[in-house]
Design a protein around this ligand. Structure first.
Ligand code: SF4
Length: 229
């Protein structure tokens, strides 16, 4: 099991702006733009990005089920499709830390809904930036042969992989070591956390799906991404 704390993440200019503009119906006024700038600094200073992961050998994939040598099983049509022909998998959890959640809750309690929405948009994008940094580390660990490649990542809660499968992920790694726990609804706390799996195996055999959004039917999703975004 590997743990990385205080990860260096690349943060683009105007982080949160596109997502917030979509939430606000396509336009940000000057006051919101100023708040976005101010809250971006607060969010960046308050985050403490961490990653934990471990590698597992895949025994077989039969129908919707992925069987690991460890005895663990993932169930779902898309996760089994993405992991098809992978020989190993890396299971991960990453988080921006609890301070971000506390700040958003404080703004909500004060009745400052706008600040809470802005900080939520910024930190949603920060979690994606963390995902990119984690992805590099995980792929360097998983791609052990020149002829090997990596699948895209897939997460419980994405289309046709039930959120309850978080329980299986949490039994395979120990996210409490980076301060992440599961609540009764199988959601992670801190909320600005994410989990998932990457598969690894011969490049010509493993799934060519570049990003989970490619196989998601939610066409009007404002979070939809392409492999290049
Ligand atoms: S389209 Fe939206 S809901 Fe579907 S995988 Fe992408 S971000 Fe998630």
């Amino acid at each position: 099991m590997k743990i990385f704390k205080n990860l260096d993440i690349e943060i683009p200019e105007n982080i949160g702006k596109n997502f917030l503009t979509a939430i606000m119906g396509g336009h940000l006024n000057k006051q919101i733009e100023e708040m976005l700038y101010e809250k971006t600094n607060v969010c960046i200073e308050s985050m403490s990005p961490k990653l934990i992961f471990d590698k597992y050998e895949i025994d077989k994939i039969v129908g919707d089920k992925v069987y690991f040598n460890s005895g663990n099983i993932f169930t779902g049509p898309n996760v089994s499709r993405i992991l098809k022909n992978s020989e190993t998998a890396i299971i991960f959890v990453q988080t921006l830390g609890s301070r971000i959640d506390e700040l958003i809750t404080e703004e909500s309690k004060k009745g400052d809904t706008l600040s809470a929405i802005i900080m939520d948009a910024i930190t949603t994008n920060l979690l994606e930036c963390l995902g990119k940094a984690s992805s590099k580390i995980i792929k360097a660990e998983g791609i052990k042969k020149e002829s090997w490649g990596s699948t895209c990542s897939y997460s419980p809660g994405q289309f046709k992989w039930t959120i309850e499968e978080q329980k299986e992920i949490f039994s395979m790694i120990s996210p409490d070591k980076i301060g992440v726990k599961l609540n009764a609804s199988f959601l992670m706390e801190p909320f600005k956390s994410s989990s998932g799996v990457y598969g690894f195996g011969p490049s010509e055999l493993i799934s060519k799906i570049k990003i989970a959004c490619e196989i998601c039917p939610k066409k009007d999703c404002i979070g939809r991404k392409t492999a290049d975004s």
